[in-house]
Write a protein that binds this ligand. Structure first.
Ligand code: RB5
Length: 144
């Protein structure tokens, strides 16, 4: 079973638990917290997921906060990480095809449950197109 690193702040805690239950038997989750709805700081959890993916503990990750914005900004500070905050299925498809995104960010306060599941299914099952898109990804790391 594919291992997926998953992390959230308090804004994403309920959705993280629902996702783990919904995909049990399909994915193995490396749960990096948070483990309660108590208030925490999203950078710690974005960074934990980014490190797990960067170190190869999981090929892909899911990060969740209230908007998906703060936690994706935190994860994207690592050059190996391409975290995409998706609010619909088209974004999920295109960020896999064009950006080879390795972490999916979700905003638990912005999207419904069915939309979240559709986004996750699309993100996990769409292949990177490579070609000109691979060159652009190389440029992102080379130019800083
Ligand atoms: C926490 O209240 C909230 O700021 C956080 O979950 C996230 O939306 C930040 O970008």
């Amino acid at each position: 079973m594919e291992i997926i690193a998953i992390a959230c702040d308090h804004g994403g805690y309920d959705l993280k638990e629902i996702i783990k239950k919904h995909y049990a038997g399909q994915y193995d989750f490396l749960d990096l917290g948070t483990n309660s709805p108590d208030s925490v700081d999203y950078p710690e959890y974005g960074q934990a997921c980014a490190k797990a993916v960067k170190e190869g503990k999981a090929k892909r990750g899911i990060i969740i906060c209230g908007t998906g914005i703060g936690i994706s900004i935190a994860a994207n500070r690592y050059p190996e990480i391409r975290a995409a905050n998706c609010t619909d299925v088209t974004m999920a498809r295109l960020t896999r095809e064009h950006n080879d995104a390795n972490i999916l960010a979700l905003g638990a306060r912005l999207i419904g449950l069915e939309v979240a599941f559709d986004i996750i299914d699309t993100f996990m099952n769409t292949q990177f197109e490579g070609g000109r898109h691979a060159l652009r990804i190389e440029k992102m790391c080379a130019s800083i």
